[in-house]
Design a protein around this ligand. Structure first.
Ligand SMILES: [Zn+2]
Length: 277
């Protein structure tokens, strides 16, 4: 567990194998946080890694907050920085992997950990393209069917969760706008071009509406620079406030998972498949 390790490491891959073995019999339940993101354009001002920066920021804060928790602790798995990313395909920098590749990778990693005896793995995802989120849910279903173990998931596209993440996110103007840019300013400010950010006009396009119209590409949706919302209004202070909300949600989800009382959200808007659950 984090608090029992030399240097209080919170990175799973920093463990030696005897430390990994000891973790399995730790009285504090080890929760393995699996950061998932995408490598894709986030406006002309924010990094391709935006979604991963947010996932890692949540994981780091949750692990630190649980360092002395008597019930559980967190370790962060090596992240998966690629996802299903077709919407941004017309912009330089986008890296796409197929649904099958994502599914098989997530299932393989989770099943491998479960086969060793780890019982609590939780996906921490911040890339919300529907086909990506749907694939993560399907991966969790596959792991459940094969192993009987529930992989945790915090679905931020659920209405009650989105409602806590600010007006812009709730309106689904959630790609590289004020919400995401603020989080990156809080976590990795050197990767945001603040000068460009300050010049960007607001793009009040709802991704929920655009997706509902059957659009599947940012330029066609009315996001000519691969962002919507209002990035010029972003601030590190708002990012820290949002991280506090996200971290609280994550810890509650982890606790539900270790107590066998949930921990896996049902799909929200972006996670539902048209062809069934
Ligand atoms: Zn994003």
């Amino acid at each position: 567990m984090a608090g029992d390790l030399p240097g209080r490491s919170i990175e799973y891959a920093d463990l030696s194998w005897p430390q990994a073995e000891a973790l399995l019999s730790s009285p504090r339940k080890p929760v393995l946080l699996f950061p998932v993101g995408a490598t894709e354009p986030h406006g002309p001002h924010a990094p391709l890694a935006t979604d991963m920066v947010i996932s890692l920021g949540m994981c780091r804060r949750a692990a630190a907050a649980l360092a002395d928790d008597p019930e559980m602790g967190a370790l962060i798995l090596p992240p998966l920085a690629y996802g299903v990313t077709r919407y941004s395909a017309k912009f330089p920098g986008s890296v796409h992997i197929s649904e099958e590749t994502l599914h098989n990778t997530v299932v393989g990693i989770c099943a491998s950990l479960i086969a060793q005896g780890f019982r609590y793995v939780l996906l921490v995802n911040n890339h919300f393209e529907p086909e990506h989120v749907q694939t993560l849910h399907r991966s969790i279903d596959t792991v459940q069917a094969r192993t009987g173990v529930t992989v945790g998931y915090l679905d931020l596209t659920r209405r009650e969760r989105a409602a806590l993440l600010g007006e812009e996110f709730r309106r689904a103007e959630c790609h590289a706008g004020r919400y995401e840019t603020s989080l990156v300013l809080a976590e990795k400010p050197e990767t945001v071009d603040r000068h460009t950010m300050a010049t960007l006009p607001a793009v009040p396009v709802s991704l929920v509406t655009a997706i509902g119209q059957g659009l599947k590409e940012f330029k066609a949706m009315g996001l000519p620079q691969a962002y919507n919302g209002a990035p010029a209004e972003a601030s590190a202070a708002e990012g820290e406030e949002t991280f506090a909300v996200l971290t609280q949600m994550l810890i509650e989800t982890m606790r539900a998972l270790v107590r066998g009382m949930g921990g896996r959200d049902r799909p929200g808007f972006f996670g539902r498949r048209e062809d069934g659950p």
